[in-house]
Design a binder for this molecule. Structure first.
Ligand code: GS8
Length: 217
């Protein structure tokens, strides 16, 4: 019997982040559709799960949580003894490095990738004009960030160390959409980043999740 209920949409990057985690942890769950296109996320029935009106949200019995990265951490801790150990719970040093590179994704990479994805895919879907200046400005920042990643991935196979973790997993959804833009060479021209991307994006768990990730027509 599925105890966990995930509210969201498979094509949403933040929902995809949680779905990938659930598959890595081999946890049973039920996906409850919240349709952004019909504003279901702004209805009282969803606002009581996330007062900010954004997907995803997770219900586990009486506990309701939102923020995709907090949800993945919760799942990884609750089910620490099954599936992939995404938080390296037995080592303070390793778990701290997982946290460090998870923070890098949230506070360095995500703010740069999000406007590129938004301008390239979402704006046209909403009938708005793509602002190329915003894209260019963020592509420049992205190049500099990826230089840091190239350096890091020259020292360890994955971001937090020589093990796949939440730090890598958190990168998957936005980078997946970014790799569908004309600027994927920013990743592919960096040997270590490219090898890392090919490795993490080809994991069976993410392959399954990404099949439903389509924000283009
Ligand atoms: C962001 C959630 C979010 O932007 C998280 O969960 O990590 N920091 C939060 N959700 C988007 C869909 S993401 O693909 C969303 O719900 N957008 C609709 C809106 O903001 O109205």
């Amino acid at each position: 019997m599925a105890g966990l209920k995930l509210y969201g949409m498979p094509m949403s990057s933040c929902t995809a982040r949680v779905l990938t985690c659930l598959h890595e942890k081999e946890v049973e769950f039920e996906l409850v559709s919240v349709d952004l296109f019909t504003d279901q996320h702004k209805q009282p029935s969803f606002l009581c799960k996330n007062p900010f009106g954004q997907i995803p949200a997770l219900e586990d019995g009486d506990l309701t949580i939102f923020e995709s990265r907090a949800i993945t951490e919760y799942i990884s801790k609750k089910y620490k003894d099954q599936g992939t150990d995404l938080i390296r719970h037995e080592s303070l040093e390793e778990s701290t490095m997982v946290k460090v590179w998870s923070e890098v994704e949230a506070h360095q990479l995500n703010p740069v990738l999000k406007p590129i994805i938004y301008q390239f895919f979402v704006s046209p879907m909403q009938g708005k004009t793509t602002d190329q200046a915003v894209i260019n400005e963020n592509l420049e920042k992205l190049g500099k960030l990826l230089d840091v990643y190239e350096d890091r991935l020259g020292k360890t196979t994955y971001l937090a160390g020589d093990f796949y973790s939440l730090a890598d997993l958190h990168h998957l959804p936005y980078l997946f959409y970014f790799m569908k833009t004309p600027w994927s060479s920013l990743v592919n021209e960096r040997v270590k980043v490219k090898a890392w991307w090919e490795d993490i994006s080809n994991r069976v768990t993410f392959k399954k999740v990404s099949e439903a990730m389509k924000i283009w027509n």
